[in-house]
Write a protein that binds this ligand. Structure first.
Ligand code: ZN
Length: 345
């Protein structure tokens, strides 16, 4: 198993699968965001997604595999990647913006290239950001960098996408110029990413489309397959507080089933003192509960799914595991949680 080279290869693969493939949005470069219908006829539907952070490609491949592999009689809807431009990669978007090939051998050439070909809007010791047409390109990630006092810096970036080169040479499926991490700057100047804006009127096309699909299918259980740096090859599950006590019990029950299955498979969980952020609380090893009200930044897809629909989980597979192991953990998570949910609802 390896990652898909780009969004077109992914879409061709899906269209050859014989399942219904629906184009639900177009990214600004024209790339389709697609949703695939699989599974049986039973309701409510199961919803699976990945790829809002395009450096996390094993989640995408796991979502694709689950289209045929997930054992269930329920309807299954899968959006394998929510950021086709990021999946197509930094070089692709740069060339799209320029309208011609970019003479760029590696990430080391990036700063000089952006200075020569773009309009530099941020020029600091550790980072250069330049605009080329409606897009912006940065030499490194800017997430969490700006404070209110930086409003003048952010001003020329409002409403734009900022493309960040993948940060590691040694992560399978995410070579620096082959993927981009996409930052989205709101009209108000909040610098966030594709897995935000699920509860806001202003949202990028990819987020609007996901929200519309969820409204149509009214899923009973949702998954978003992410991967994480900083935990080597380990694994954790992110869970969401539910609207009712019954749903809370279903969430906790399914989380336990996932952790048992993942542990039996051989996964390791983060060290006892590990906490992914102050907005998480831990229950059993490997399970962290995210509180979006404490985090701020509005609702990500699973926060939104938990608020509107039902039980919802995110995965974090450690990105320094092998690609196959990362895919396996994503798939096991969904299969184990679905079985627990079906038996217990
Ligand atoms: Zn992620």
């Amino acid at each position: 198993m390896h990652s898909f080279q780009n969004n077109n290869k992914l879409v061709s693969h899906l269209e050859a699968s014989g399942h219904e493939v629906r184009r639900i949005a177009r990214a600004p470069d024209g790339s389709p965001v697609v949703a695939v219908r699989a599974g049986g006829a039973r309701e409510p539907a199961i919803f699976i997604s990945a790829g809002s952070h395009s450096t996390e490609q094993a989640g995408v491949s796991a979502a694709v595999q689950l289209i045929d592999a997930l054992q269930t009689e329920h309807q299954v809807w899968v959006i394998p990647t929510r950021d086709p431009m990021g999946m197509n990669g930094y070089r692709h978007v740069l060339e799209w913006a320029l309208g011609e090939p970019a003479d760029l051998a590696s990430r080391d050439d990036l700063e000089g290239f952006l200075r020569a070909r773009g309009e530099v809007v941020i020029d600091e010791e550790d980072v250069v950001v330049a605009t080329i047409n409606e897009f912006a390109f940065t030499t490194r990630n800017l997430l969490g960098r700006f404070k209110e006092s930086d409003a003048a810096l952010v001003e020329p970036l409002k409403g734009r996408r900022i493309f960040v080169p993948s940060g590691h040479e040694d992560v399978a499926g995410a070579a620096p110029l082959e993927r981009a991490y996409t930052l989205i700057v709101s009209p108000q100047g909040d610098v966030l990413h594709v897995n935000r804006f699920h509860d806001t009127a202003w949202a990028p096309a990819e987020v609007h489309a996901t929200r519309r699909l969820l409204a149509e299918i009214q899923p009973g259980i949702c998954f978003d397959l992410h991967e994480a740096m900083g935990i080597q090859d380990r694994y954790w599950l992110s869970a969401r507080k539910q609207r009712t006590g019954d749903l809370d019990e279903q969430e906790a029950h399914a989380a336990t089933a996932v952790i048992e299955r993942i542990a039996a498979w051989g996964a390791r969980f983060p060290e006892d003192e590990y906490l992914p952020g102050k907005f998480f609380t831990k229950s059993q090893p490997g399970v962290f509960w995210l509180d979006a009200l404490v985090r701020g930044e509005g609702l990500n897809l699973m926060d939104y799914a938990a608020r509107e629909y039902g039980i919802a989980f995110g995965t974090e597979m450690g990105m320094f595991g092998t690609f196959d192991d990362r895919v396996a953990m994503g798939m096991l998570t969904v299969q184990a949680a679905v079985e627990a949910w079906e038996a217990n609802r």
